[in-house]
Design a protein around this ligand. Sequence first.
Ligand code: SF4
Length: 297
Amino acid sequence: MKIDIEPGSGFCFGVENAVNIAEELLTEGEKVYCLGEIVHNDIEVNRLKNLGLVTISYDDFAEMRDCKVLVRAHGEPPSTYETARRNNIYIIDATCPIVHSLQEKIKRVLVQARKENGQIAIFGKEDHAEVIGLLGAANGIGILITGIEDISKIDFTRPVWLFSQTTKSTTEYEHISEVIEQRLRANRDKWPGNHLKVHNTICRQVSGREPRLRIFVRQHDVIIFVSGRKSSNGKMLYDICLSENKRSYFVSSIDEINPMWFSGAESIGVCGATSTPRWLIRQIADAIGEICQKHGI
Ligand code: SF4
């Protein structure tokens, strides 16, 4: 059986950076609290927990004083930094630089949007940590667009600045942008100021991966996609796998693998989300090899 790991699989650099920062601090013997799970992958969260990383909730954070707290790659809204200042909490900021620059862009646009009585729309997943940070940067005027069904929240008589969460699908974002533009155009005779500015804010590590992943998936008889179930990027990439190859299976751990999936196959491709550690993907690929050997596949 031929078993390949997709070269682009493994942590994106933003998540890798946050995990490295946590590991370095833990190695130095620091007490490290992380605000929310450092990555949407339970196995990696447990590995870091065993090294001493303590995950805290927002309620815990509000009650804490005089300590160090790690902000993960997804970033945080300004209110988190205000709480930290008030409670004398030292923030170890592992916000991904791309997410940080997106937050700053939204803050700059906010000034212009207020001048023009405009709206800031953010395409993203509800309650996702990065999206909470982006809505926080939009300081109360951000409109969350989770999908095409949400665009009715937009007032088409006023200007719109559109942003996307970094890990969303490019195709879906383009579609949403087009529909918003059409609706604005339909109102433009009466409301000539209702322009749309689309900001290209999907991370290149995500958008660049999509076409390469499609090719990889087509080249294999069976695809094993490894991801935590809470990962929105994992869901999006797995949908891409399924659209290219019906024999694509989503697993979070080795014990979810069913040997029947490999029957009659000659090649298996293993890949994962930007929140799936490379070591886990490697481990699963090795386990698949053993399973195939054991069952004579
Ligand atoms: S997907 Fe891109 S923007 Fe998001 S954390 Fe990873 S590197 Fe940063």
